[in-house]
Write a protein that binds this ligand. Structure first.
Ligand code: C2E
Ligand code: MG
Ligand code: MG
Length: 244
């Protein structure tokens, strides 16, 4: 297994501000197996805890590496499963991994999904509060796809909300009201908005115009190796370019 990183761009400045770590499994016989196939299987057992720990350690180490040149400004976002969060030692493990890698807590973002959190509200929110208190950033992944009870947003101490790509796909011809509403609601809670799965220039233009803060998608950058991120960040510093 290995990790790839997909860059996230600030809509206002067009600069790369972070990257999401995505797990890849190339099976010796069957070839590449999608995370949507193997992650749920690992989530059915404690395997996800060990796997998640490995992902976290590797992602923090890689991000610490990019930031030697970048002066501590590029964060890494890591997907976390409910079972990891429920496990009592999770917060301590995160702090230990940060200490070991030398990555500053504000350069680590943990991505959680609302369905996971709602399945275990009290424990989840308490764990989130502790992580935030340690300076770690939190984001709510796949927003709008599960059973969203908007009142829960008040209880989740998140920095970012990620609009699922199912809502980005129909833009700009259709689906504007829901995306406009999500952006406005998030902003009124002081939460920044990340749009996932941006593939078309017209989607990007519409999202930036609508006040979306951050974009991630095949249009602005495909998932790449850690070395690919180092090169991308170097090039962006030497020759800053506007988004397509
Ligand atoms: P996710 O966290 O919502 O990740 C975004 C997915 O959208 C990734 O798929 C990414 O490659 C894909 N994507 C990004 N931009 C575009 C685009 O412009 N168009 C389209 N069609 N797709 C785009 P991926 O890598 O297959 O991951 C699928 C899911 O697997 C992730 O969804 C996440 O829930 C899970 N996953 C991946 N890595 C990990 C991990 O390390 N730990 C855990 N617990 N889950 C993971
Ligand atoms: Mg994610
Ligand atoms: Mg997502």
């Amino acid at each position: 297994m290995h990790l790839v990183y997909q860059p996230q761009f600030d809509c206002r400045t067009s600069s790369v501000i972070g990257a999401e770590a995505l797990l890849r499994w190339v099976h010796p016989v069957d070839g590449e197996i999608a995370p949507s196939e193997f992650v749920p299987v690992a989530e059915d057992s404690d395997l996800i805890v060990a796997l998640g720990q490995w992902v976290l350690r590797r992602a923090c180490r890689d991000a610490a590496h990019w930031n030697v040149e970048q002066g501590g400004r590029v964060y890494v976002a890591v997907n976390v499963s409910a079972r990891q969060l429920r496990q009592g030692e999770f917060n301590k493990d995160v702090e230990a991994v940060l200490a070991e890698s030398g990555l500053s807590p504000h350069l680590l973002e943990l991505e959680l999904t609302e369905s996971q959190l709602m399945a275990n509200m009290t424990a989840g929110v308490e764990a989130m509060r502790q992580l935030r208190a340690a300076g770690i950033r939190l984001s709510l992944d796949d927003f709008g796809t599960g059973y969203s009870s908007l009142s829960y947003l008040q209880s989740f101490p998140v920095n970012n909300l990620k609009i699922d790509r199912a809502f980005v796909k129909p833009l700009p011809e259709a689906g504007q009201p829901i995306v406009t509403a999500i952006i406005s609601m998030a902003h009124s809670f002081g939460i920044a908005v990340v749009a996932e799965g941006v593939e078309e220039p017209a989607q990007l233009a519409w999202l930036c115009e609508a006040g979306c803060d951050i974009v991630q998608g095949y249009l602005t950058g495909r998932p790449m190796s850690s070395e690919g991120m180092t090169d991308l960040l170097r090039k962006a510093c030497a020759n800053p370019e506007p988004l397509p």
